[in-house]
Design a binder for this molecule. Structure first.
Ligand SMILES: [Mg+2]
Length: 178
């Protein structure tokens, strides 16, 4: 699992963004989050942030945690979603390319050590974060649109995540045994 764990295992994993609090991020020394949009913050059906997502974003801003959005979706989708928000965003970013993650870091003036990538996919989001050399936070997809390509991607993610979960629970057990 050496290479696979290095490239695809997230540093943290949560059910959804609402489990990620500003306090938790601060404790990890994270003061900037580069976030995916679709299925991470909202579903494909939400053109704009939902009320809950807006509250979550506001709580981050209040705590001084910077947010940038990097999506592989179209300019139209991403611009509409980011309307009125004063932050870095990039559509058609070509994740897993790290190019725009690095650009976002420069734009925000944040060191790699203090940034995290947030997303719902291993082969685009997590890999992009790893290639950029920043920490990665994985959330479960809110609602997958089950196209054949997505089914295939999720099927490929499954064994990697199972191994990751086994690794996490083994470590937990080790900590308990200490
Ligand atoms: Mg996504």
């Amino acid at each position: 699992m050496g290479l696979i764990s290095r490239l695809f295992w997230p540093d943290m994993r949560f059910k959804n963004i609402y489990e990620i609090t500003p306090q938790l991020l601060s404790e990890c020394g994270i003061n900037a989050v580069i976030s995916d949009i679709d299925n991470t913050l909202v579903t494909y059906d939400d053109p704009s942030p939902t009320t809950e997502a807006r509250c979550w974003l506001a709580s981050m801003k209040e705590a001084g945690i910077k947010i940038a959005f990097i999506s592989n979706n179209t300019g139209e989708r991403v611009e509409k979603f980011c309307e009125g928000m004063d932050c870095y965003f990039r559509a058609e970013s070509g994740k897993p390319s790290r190019k725009y993650l690095l650009e976002a870091l420069t734009h925000m003036g944040v060191d790699k050590a203090n940034a995290a990538l947030l997303g719902d996919q291993l082969f685009t989001d997590v890999l992009a974060g790893k290639l950029a050399g920043i920490r990665t936070i994985l959330v479960d997809p809110i609602k997958d649109v089950m196209t054949p390509l997505f089914r295939f991607k999720r099927a490929l993610e499954k064994p990697i995540l199972s191994a990751y979960e086994r690794h996490i629970s083994k470590n937990r057990q080790k900590d308990k045994d200490k």
